[in-house]
Write a protein that binds this ligand. Structure first.
Ligand code: DGJ
Length: 688
């Protein structure tokens, strides 16, 4: 039996393996392929070891890694899964689904593999539902989702995005001739360390230009792991992952089920360059609630200007300056709530500080909205300072690992979202904060990892990272359902929680705390290889930056922020009249190109480390066939810089806006650097 699931440009074909071992991937690509057939060479291996199964339990095979480890609690570990003769598929002309069941030979566990595609995009989604069908309790030290058996072996080349705080999304390529590569987070959230997305190609095919590239991502915001297993000599490389199997053990009582996070895969015949397009498209058409401007306004955020010193009068003056520049929403960052004078106290006490705001936030909101801007607030609802009314009232609401002393990071603990009363309290707090409907933007922060997850005495306490991520997603969904007018910016000390699950429940993400323009450009370069411009929040801040001290022009700083959802984080009260008027002009320029930036096809030219780097946004017919290039140059750039736009129609004539220059699709254009010597914005519009 075989099933074909169609995407926009590819087909994902699976069939039943011999001996009812489960599903195998026959073929994944644009053209038809040969079905997988059993090969010889089973000496010292069982049949399951040489079968490219979509889902494997420890106990079914030994040589290659397993996706599921089941502990039956009576010293029996593992499972022998066989197809249970169920398989339901559907195809409504767009969406294709398949659900196939498997049973453990003990009868204690049922596994349902889910696969889903749609013809409107190129992503294949897979997840698994595990149900305890026996009388006893099962524990699952590992419960990944279905795996991806990629036909690219032996070995693989794996592109990752890795980093740390203020250095997120740095591309790094791993050549894996043999062995297992493991990426992940044990921090209870996605992490700055690794992004849960990889691009995988053949080792002998740089960037997959000849044989294509596969992108695999995990839609999960808690602790996670992705493993890339290149078994010696094997022609398939297995990519699998899900909830982290080092810090999490799931418990399934009789009749209970667990649904794994989704893993998503995409195939691009053009190689890694084609993966970005496909991920961006999926995130636009499936994950985003809209790509319109209502949820990606031009932000002013006061954090870098005032820090915790949030007072109505200076905030009002900043708001006046921001509105003159053309800002659309004024966001008061950390420091507005009761007793918050530094990061040492008050987290959890979400009412306006009576000292700073004796009559509440009303007058400031009035001031901001009276100037035609929306008003927004910063919150960090998952955390609490020990020095807060909340902690003093509910010291038992934070995660605890037995009697281990609690660890503070940034002087704060994490609230246990696995407890219904805590989650309910956070929900009600958010409802109260947003009761004033003039608050229509929320920046949701999370400034520490969860180092002490757990709940003494609770058999489900070992799955705190799953409960926390589920709780966080529930809160984000509540915001969307009950406060649809509120734009939500997701942040975790910068880009510590960016993944395909967060992108399904938020509108924009704060990519990094490093706003130094050169550093930021490098971070954005990595980010755009997997995540789209319409979610990439980016602010213009002051020079010199706290981290990146290389001076650049004001124009350069704006053009960096124009690459996504532009905001301003600078101290506008320190800007002179010339800077303010230039800022207003540059915001005007951004307004003209921002739809193209948000939904256009992104092509990155070179790397930010080179003397000249550019990001191109091609509109295609839907956007009047306009193209725009954001160009960044270093001091050692050549006098004459030529770029060849790649999203123009071959042979069609385009005028370079503001000049008499005509560029023919396929040919190069000289960058005039009219904006400044180190940055330019080129807009190409079709002639006639
Ligand atoms: C970390 C965020 O990334 C910053 O933008 C800012 O909101 C601070 N937290 C506030 O504490």
């Amino acid at each position: 039996m075989s099933w074909t699931l169609a995407t926009a440009e590819s087909r994902y074909v699976v069939s039943l393996a011999p001996e009812r071992l489960g599903l195998v991937l026959d073929h994944w690509g644009t053209a038809d392929g040969e079905p997988w057939s059993p090969a010889g060479g089973e000496h010292f291996e069982v049949r399951a070891d040489v079968t490219p199964l979509e889902y494997v339990a420890l106990g079914t095979r030994q040589v290659r890694s397993a996706d599921l480890v089941v502990d039956h609690g009576n010293s029996l570990v593992g499972a022998r899964l066989v197809w249970d003769e169920t398989g339901e598929s559907s195809d409504d002309g767009d969406r294709c689904t398949l659900a196939v069941g498997e049973l453990d030979s003990t009868g204690a566990l049922r596994v349902t593999l889910h696969l889903e595609t749609a013809r409107s995009h190129d992503v294949v989604s897979k997840w698994v539902e595990l149900t305890n069908t026996g009388p006893g309790t099962l524990t699952l030290p590992r419960a990944f989702g279905p795996a991806w058996e990629l036909p690219i072996g032996p070995g693989a080349r794996v592109d990752t995005l890795s980093g740390r705080w203020s250095r997120e999304f740095t591309p790094a390529t791993v050549d894996l001739p043999v062995g297992e590569l493991s990426l992940g987070s044990r921090q209870g959230l996605t992490s700055h360390t690794y992004a849960p997305v990889v691009a995988v190609t053949r080792r002998d095919d740089v960037d997959g230009a000849e044989h294509g590239a596969f992108g695999i991502a995990l839609a999960w915001s808690g602790s996670w792991r992705l493993g890339i297993d290149a078994a010696p000599g094997a022609d398939r490389v297995r990519v699998a992952g899900g909830v982290d199997d080092e810090s999490c053990v799931l418990t399934l009582g009789p009749g209970e089920s667990f649904t794994s996070p989704k893993t998503l895969g995409v195939y691009a015949p053009q190689g890694t360059a084609g993966l970005a397009d496909r991920w961006h498209h999926y995130q636009r058409v499936v994950l985003a609630r809209s790509t319109g401007l209502e949820h990606r306004p031009i932000v002013y955020n006061s954090w870098y200007a005032t820090g915790f010193d949030v007072r109505p009068e200076p905030q009002g003056r900043l708001a006046a300056a921001a509105s003159e520049l053309g800002v659309e929403v004024f966001v008061v960052d950390d420091g507005w709530f009761t007793g918050r004078t530094s990061d040492r106290s008050a987290l959890g006490d979400w009412t306006p500080d009576p000292v700073k705001f004796p009559v509440g936030l009303g007058p400031l909101i009035e001031e901001v909205t009276g100037r035609g801007m929306r008003f927004g607030l910063w919150v960090e609802p998952e955390c609490v300072n020990p020095d807060s009314h909340l902690y003093r009232a509910h010291p038992d609401w934070v995660y605890r690992a037995g009697d281990r002393p609690l660890v503070t990071i940034r002087h704060q603990y994490v609230l246990d979202l696995g407890r219904e009363e805590v989650l309910g309290w956070v929900e009600d707090t958010l409802r109260r904060v947003l009761a004033d409907r003039r608050i229509s933007y929320l920046k949701w922060d999370m400034n520490r990892p969860i180092s002490d997850g757990g709940r003494p005495g609770d058999p489900y306490g070992r799955q705190w990272s799953v409960q926390h991520a589920q709780g966080y997603h529930r809160l984000m969904r509540m915001l969307r359902a009950e406060f649809p007018q509120v734009t939500v910016e997701a942040c975790a000390s910068g880009g510590g929680r960016v993944d395909l699950a967060v992108l399904g429940v938020s509108d924009v993400v704060w990519t990094s705390d490093d706003t130094g323009p050169r550093d930021r450009l490098a971070i954005q370069h990595g980010f755009l290889s997997a995540y789209p411009a319409h979610v990439m929040s980016s602010w213009v801040t002051d020079e010199p930056d706290r981290v990146d001290r290389e001076p650049v022009s004001l124009e350069f700083r704006f053009v960096v922020a124009m690459a996504g959802v532009l905001g301003i984080g600078a101290d506008l009260l320190a800007w002179d009249a010339a800077e303010r008027s230039r800022g207003a002009e540059l915001i005007g320029l951004y307004r003209e190109i921002r739809t193209l930036v948000h939904v256009g096809r992104v092509v990155r030219h070179g790397s930010p480390a080179e003397p000249v780097y550019a990001v191109e946004y091609g509109g295609g017919p839907d956007l009047g066939d306009r193209t725009c290039l954001l160009v960044y140059a270093r001091a050692d750039r050549p006098d004459h810089v030529w770029l060849t736009p790649r999203t123009l129609q071959a042979g069609r004539a385009y005028r370079l806006r503001g000049t008499a220059t005509v560029v023919i699709g396929g040919a190069g254009v000289e960058v005039p650097f009219t904006l400044s010597g180190d940055a330019d914005v080129l807009v190409l519009e079709p002639v006639g």
